[in-house]
Design a protein around this ligand. Structure first.
Ligand code: FAD
Length: 261
């Protein structure tokens, strides 16, 4: 099995870096291959701008979707972007290791998605018509691969529980899990979350790494989050609304998980 770990933390001695190293060592001990993209160490550019589209004439307007389509289709993308796309093609498992910053991923990781997820690679894939709204949400270029968020958060588990003031953790992570991972085809696994991360002591670190190690031992066989697939009958097309009679008693993000019925 090939695993790509994308790490988004500025300090190599951080908890996040330690968790990434622990995951890599655990997988390698089990005979798997691992690559780590350490975004800060690589000096990753977090901003999608003209530099990503060398095909544009000097005075030509930058239309990001069209520019991305042309750059991907004609092989004009910058080397850091193509290298990450190659790593994604290589990987069977993607782990995103990051601290929660302002209720989502650090900006550098958001910028990794914005730049690596090109038109034709992660979106704009498949037929787009009134009867087939693209190969996405369960289909796409990254189908057959798995992905898991490994997140550290400052707050307590209860702060992120069903009645917690921050909102449920699954809701906060839904735009990443569903919108950025399930969208281009990944099977998305339950997130690994370390709560009260700033207060973690040595025993807490040992407990966290043990739990993570146990997850990794069976990661390719654990059931993914059962998100509903767009093109398998649950949604009306082209309105892309969940069909009447499905998701009864559910609302919001939970509608799109089909263990709700
Ligand atoms: P570190 O500071 O590196 O480590 C935390 C503790 O883990 C250390 O004190 C140490 O005791 C232990 N540790 C680390 N490495 C090891 C090791 N190798 N062995 C043993 N023990 C170790 N929190 C929220 O809940 N919600 C938010 O929206 C949110 N927004 C934030 C926004 C910003 C800009 C910032 C800076 C923080 C925010 N936080 C938030 C808190 C943030 O999520 C935590 O600070 C972060 O998750 C801690 O991860 P770290 O890798 O930086 O921890």
């Amino acid at each position: 099995m090939n695993t790509l770990i994308v790490l988004a933390h500025p300090d190599p001695h951080s908890l996040n870096a330690a968790l990434a190293r622990h995951a890599a060592a655990t997988l390698e001990r089990a005979g798997h291959s691992v690559q780590i993209t350490d975004l800060y160490r690589a000096g990753w550019s977090a901003v999608l701008d003209r530099g990503d589209f060398p095909q544009l004439a000097k005075d030509e307007r930058l239309r990001p979707v069209e520019a991305s389509r042309v750059a991907y289709a004609t092989g004009c993308q910058p080397p850091d972007v193509t290298a990450e796309q190659a790593r994604l093609r290589w990987a069977d498992l993607l782990i995103l290791q990051f601290p929660m910053w302002w209720f989502t991923m650090p900006a550098i990781l958001k910028g990794w998605f914005e730049r690596v997820y090109a038109y034709g690679f992660a979106y704009g894939v498949g037929e787009h018509s009134e009867t087939h709204w693209g190969d996405r949400y369960g289909e796409g270029m990254l189908v057959g691969k798995r992905a898991m968020l490994s997140v550290t958060v400052g707050g307590w588990a209860s702060h992120y529980g069903p009645r917690g003031v921050n909102g449920p953790i699954d809701d906060l992570l839904f735009p990443i899990n569903h919108g950025m991972l399930f969208y281009p085809g990944f099977d998305v696994l339950r997130p690994f979350v370390v709560y009260r991360a700033d207060k973690l002591d040595a025993a807490g670190f040992d407990a966290a790494t043990s739990t993570l190690g146990r997850r990794l031992a069976t990661i390719m066989s654990e059931p993914p989050i059962p998100y509903r697939r767009q093109n398998h009958g649950d949604y009306n097309i082209p309105s892309l609304e969940l069909r009447a009679g499905l998701g009864t008693g559910r609302s919001s993000f939970a509608l799109h998980v089909d263990d709700a019925d």
